[in-house]
Design a binder for this molecule. Sequence first.
Ligand code: TEU
Ligand code: CA
Length: 573
Amino acid sequence: MKKEWWHNKIAYQIYPKSFYDSNGDGIGDLQGIIAKLDYLKELGADILWLSPIYVSPLADQGYDIADYYNIDPRFGTMEDMDQLLAEARRRDMYILMDLVVNHCSDEHEWFRKACEDPDGRYGKFFYIETVKPGEKLPCNWRSYFGGPVWDKLPGHEDKYYLHVFHKKQPDLNWENPDLREEVYRMINWWLDRGLAGFRIDAIINIKKVLPFRDYPADRDDGLVSVTRMLHDQEGVGDFLGEMRDRTFKPHDAFTVGEVFNEKPEDIPDFIGPDGYFSSMYDFAATVFGQSQLGWHLSEDISPDDYRDCVFATQERVGRIGFISNIIENHDEPRGVSRYIPDGDRFTASKKLLAAEYFLLRGLPWIYQGQELGMENIPFSSIEEVDDIASLDAYAVSLEAGASPKEALLAVSKFSRDNARTPFQWSAEANAGFTTGTPWLRVNPNYLSQGINLEAERDDPDSLYHFYRKLIALRKDPAFEDALVYGDCIPYLADQSGVMSYLRKGDARTILVMGNFDADARTLPLPEGTRIREVLLSNFDCGKEQLTAASQGAAADRPAEITLQGYQVVVLLL
Ligand code: TEU
Ligand code: CA
């Protein structure tokens, strides 16, 4: 496989609104990010993805862009952005912006002009259909945020526009070459400014099944999830390939696609050599157990399910390319809250989860605050919820017969707000995030459980320092052939409660072995191997533990190792 500059790097997602507020208005901003670059450097992050900071009414927290060429004043100015790019470059760090081009904001000039003249140039930038009173909508798809994908075009009684997300996010018509040119121009403009690349939002949705048609309803509302249409979608690759050739490729940009629903046979096209993207996220565990009928019916994910999802992806991708590994992002609950069973969430189990996902084959991503072990925030009322997706999910659960209590519980579990609470910098007021009033509640555990950077920096056994060790390990040139380029080979994958795999390089083999049970257990090492070195563990590996392991090899029988409850070991074999 051709080596790329980013293969041995560590990527980090910043959610600017909640990262660090430099001017006391309660909203994180670009100067806040600049002020914390040294922190990110100290952690070991190299590639920084910023969720959207473009001009936006923030109906969907910036994923509704009103001007692609400017920074929203709440986040700062273009000078701040240029300063950020320069300061990052000085530290050998790379900045990615969020590329949101499936849709724009209904406050974008294009959409305003489309409303003025639906048959003119800008009308053709969108999907606008005539629906006479009494006629049915062009199709019965349900938007991701609830309700039909069609809404009345402002100022026109008989015209409707398509939005697969919120009604303030009209979909851009990628079938129109004129629109595509505008998008490429904008991408190149940003890349010319010195961006390293993009995280590419919701991109699989840019190709619609046309002409619009109904599918059998999947709920009582008579509508069907947009994802149903995506099953039948064909030809998205033509758009993606064109975009790559016209923008990313000439700039040698790094890109990571937010791709759900890819077909296994398409993986080489997406992230193989000369793929549409450099990488894309593994969402197999993210979507596990999701019910189409409401969040209250979604299943929990057990450690075994988690392992099986992740290993299936590793097998599907193999050496085709580099998948991006995450345990959370700004759309998901906190990883430690989702993947660690209730009652067992503490520093040791958080370290176990961290090591397990981080050392998989692919590019490891950290979402802000994950390195501190930030957790979901408890909601005591729906009034406390800001996120539009959660508000819709709450209504859907009620509609489907859940009690308000059950519906709120489901929201607490899955709300996107869980990941969006302010970063916990210190034990000061508002966790040191702002001197003003934070736009979203701060999780009280910055005090009650001491989950904040200041405290964790002072504690050598903290999760924060464990992440730093993981990062150092992954970047150690001595282990590059195994931890960056080696194969990922599941080991003991049929043993419940065990998540274990080999990273096998040309020269070295590393075994990652974790025990997701509270009780200790003894496991065999792969036949014919012995432990040469314990590279990392979340427990002191006592002499006893290691002698037992090596004794086996000496005595000519498989060596064994005893793992404590929630212990993980990273072993050089
Ligand atoms: O998300 C796309 C997406 O399909 C989901 O993750 C969606 O947010 C989720 O199913 C709702 O519960 C991207 C962004 O990451 C997200 O923040 C935006 O809201 C969305 O696109 C629209 O731009
Ligand atoms: Ca601010």
